[in-house]
Design a protein around this ligand. Sequence first.
Ligand code: COA
Length: 173
Amino acid sequence: MSEHAARGALRPGSAADIFRLQEIERNAATLFRGWPGIDTSALTSVIALSDHLHAIEQGLSMVMAVDGELVGFAIGDMQGEDAYLRELDVALAHQQRGYGARLVNAFVAAAQAKQVRHIYLATFRTPPWNAPFYARMGFREVARADYLPWMNELEASQAAFLDLSTRVFMRLD
Ligand SMILES: CC(C)(COP(=O)(O)OP(=O)(O)OC[C@H]1O[C@@H](n2cnc3c(N)ncnc32)[C@H](O)[C@@H]1OP(=O)(O)O)[C@@H](O)C(=O)NCCC(=O)NCCS
């Protein structure tokens, strides 16, 4: 573990964290600037307060603090018997120190403690911090023919602002 990774402290998220988590999400999204095929204007909105509260209630909100300051989070929710990792962000100044991987692992542990069937996420195919990163953590692409109804619904709701050919659903196997 790097010196940085050792410094970060993980804990469950709370309602008082949410506005800072929304700031982190906006800041982290600037990483996509200039990445081919991704329209960053589509990435300016943030996870709604109600979705954060729902994740907290379900025990699927994890945050990372460094020297008392929040620097990242992973949140999700239940989709039937499965858990869905809805959002993962680390503030730009704190990236590539292992915090993202630790947040994913903490989310997976929280989901597994709930006896979920599978853990899913949706991400971009090509940036190294998206699908390739999750693949290294054990997530595998879900074939379109295997999409569950909620996945089709999620994609349909995103079609207006995301090029779906750049997106992939992944499942932890
Ligand atoms: C995804 C994200 C949370 C990862 O956070 P992180 O703290 O940098 O994660 P880690 O340090 O565990 O590293 C993740 C790996 O992604 C890759 N990566 C991360 N940032 C990268 C960059 N700027 N350029 C190239 N590769 C990068 C690296 O392979 C890295 O591993 P390494 O540092 O061992 O080489 C962060 O990049 C982020 O907030 N991105 C913007 C929002 C986003 O894409 N969220 C996920 C949507 S599904």
